[in-house]
Design a protein around this ligand. Structure first.
Ligand code: NAP
Length: 246
């Protein structure tokens, strides 16, 4: 079995997931980088993590596909023999007003954001239960708490992630596994870059700390929730949003 702790981060090729991988590598974890399409960026992230001393594997898997996720975890266990931290970070948006939202826009977002989280938890808990320890961190969103015009699908998926977090936290606490969620506010990544400037300005007026968040703000919270410093915290949703929702 691998000597060092192993963290698997889904959607680790870009944005928040990329930053989490780098931060966890610098904290001494070995890293599994999951990506869906962008192998080039996944490899770049991998090189940065390796320079920080981590052993790294990159695995392509669509988290919404149960069999692909099952295969990914088999590969992780063959390579490392353990999984200590799972960060369910993969996420997509397909925004539109409800009147114009297609069935596929709804299904796709639920499949990746919510079912993808379920698929990975389902696989991770087997080795974690055996080890009687583990930390699972699910990426929710403040939109899952308060809703948003044009994001019915996304809000439903993230509210679902919060419900999933709380139920699994209750089920898994007796097994030594903690499950928490992070609800980011507005974090600067390609997901938010595509919003037009007027919308960004309007959002900024609702952020008491008066600035957008960085990927590092989220990665620091993941490090805390993965560590022994949060040993008495489970089933919680931690807002990292500059005070947007309180
Ligand atoms: P991003 O830059 O668009 O990155 C999304 C990541 O998810 C990419 O690495 C992408 O991989 C991966 N992904 C997409 N579909 C996937 C699938 N089917 N299977 C596996 N991986 C998949 O987004 P981000 O802003 O960093 O967001 C990360 C998470 O934070 C998401 O869950 C998002 O909902 C949440 N969040 C973000 C914000 C924000 O302000 N940015 C706010 C609240 C919550 P490929 O590129 O390889 O396809």
């Amino acid at each position: 079995m691998n000597n060092k702790k192993v963290a698997l981060i889904t959607g680790a090729s870009h944005g928040i997931g990329k930053e989490i991988s780098i931060k966890m590598a610098s904290e001494g974890y070995d890293i599994v980088i999951n990506y869906n399409s962008d192998i080039k960026v996944a490899k770049e992230t991998s090189e940065i993590c390796k320079k920080l001393g981590a052993k790294v594997i990159c695995i392509k898997a669509n988290v919404s596909n149960y069999l692909e996720v099952e295969k990914m975890f088999e590969e992780v266990l063959n390579e490392f023999g353990r999984i200590d931290v799972l960060v369910n970070n993969s996420g997509i948006t397909k925004d539109n007003l409800l009147l114009r939202m297609n069935e596929s826009d709804f299904d796709d977002v639920i499949s990746v954001n919510l079912k993808g989280t379920f698929n990975c938890i389902k696989q991770a808990i087997k080795p974690m239960m055996k080890a009687k320890s583990g930390a699972i961190i699910n990426m929710a969103s403040v939109i899952g708490l308060v809703g948003n015009v044009g994001q019915a699908n996304y809000a439903a998926s993230k509210a679902g992630v919060i419900g999933l977090t709380k139920s699994t936290a209750k089920e898994l606490a007796p097994r030594g596994i903690r499950v928490n969620a992070i609800a980011p506010g507005f974090i600067q990544t390609r997901m938010t870059d595509k919003l037009d400037d007027k919308i960004k300005d309007a959002i900024l007026t609702n952020i008491p700390l008066n600035e957008f968040g960085t990927t590092e703000d989220i990665a620091n919270t993941v490090v805390f929730l993965a560590s022994e410093n949060s040993r008495y915290i489970t089933g919680q949703v931690i807002n990292v949003d500059g005070g947007m929702v309180m």
